[in-house]
Design a protein. Structure first.
Length: 176
């Protein structure tokens, strides 16, 4: 599963490459594919499949860092983001590990005060009700998602989940 996460982060890196021309797979991704005995051809066409508007890329380039709050340990996070960091060395990932309840409530309190303390928050758990009351969710169905990479597991891909229910993100503008 850990290597699947690594491939997922690599797919995100490929998605962000849109508008910059297709790039060679990061060496970290090549290594993961080799360790899993998978052919790199399985990722052919992923750049086009995950295309995003140029305005999104331009906006991302203006950010100084991406603040991520999660539960991965300090050894897992650098490993699972290695391909992304290799592809985008100018993007600084600022990771902070925190317990689930504390992580969500920290963001809720900050939003209520008009502050933004995180760009990515994993598992909002107990804070879900508070985010919902604040109308801090936005529909993410406009985000590109890859087709399942492993054909024998078509129901486990992001696309299958997206069709079942809208994905959400914290919308700082609406919550402030």
């Amino acid at each position: 599963m850990y290597k699947r996460i690594l491939l997922g982060v690599s797919a995100l890196a490929l998605a962000l490459a849109q508008g910059m021309g297709a790039a060679e797979l990061p060496k970290t991704t090549q290594k993961a594919l080799a360790e899993l005995k998978l052919n790199a051809s399985m990722l052919e066409g992923l750049d086009a499949e995950l295309a995003v508007p140029k305005a999104w890329l331009d906006g991302a380039a203006k950010e100084k860092e991406v603040v991520i709050l999660g539960t991965w340990d300090d050894k897992q996070f650098p490993t699972m983001t290695a391909a992304f960091r290799e592809r985008y060395p100018s993007v600084k990932l600022n990771y902070h590990r925190a317990a689930t309840a504390a992580r969500g409530m920290k963001v809720v309190i900050a939003l209520k005060e008009g502050r933004v303390v995180a760009d990515v928050l994993t598992s909002i758990a107990d804070a879900f009700v508070e985010f919902d009351k604040m109308k801090a969710f936005a529909d993410l169905r406009d985000l590109p998602v890859p087709e399942p990479v492993i054909p024998e597991h078509p129901g486990e891909g992001a696309l299958a989940r997206q069709e079942q229910q809208p994905l959400h993100r914290i919308d700082h503008a609406e919550a402030a």
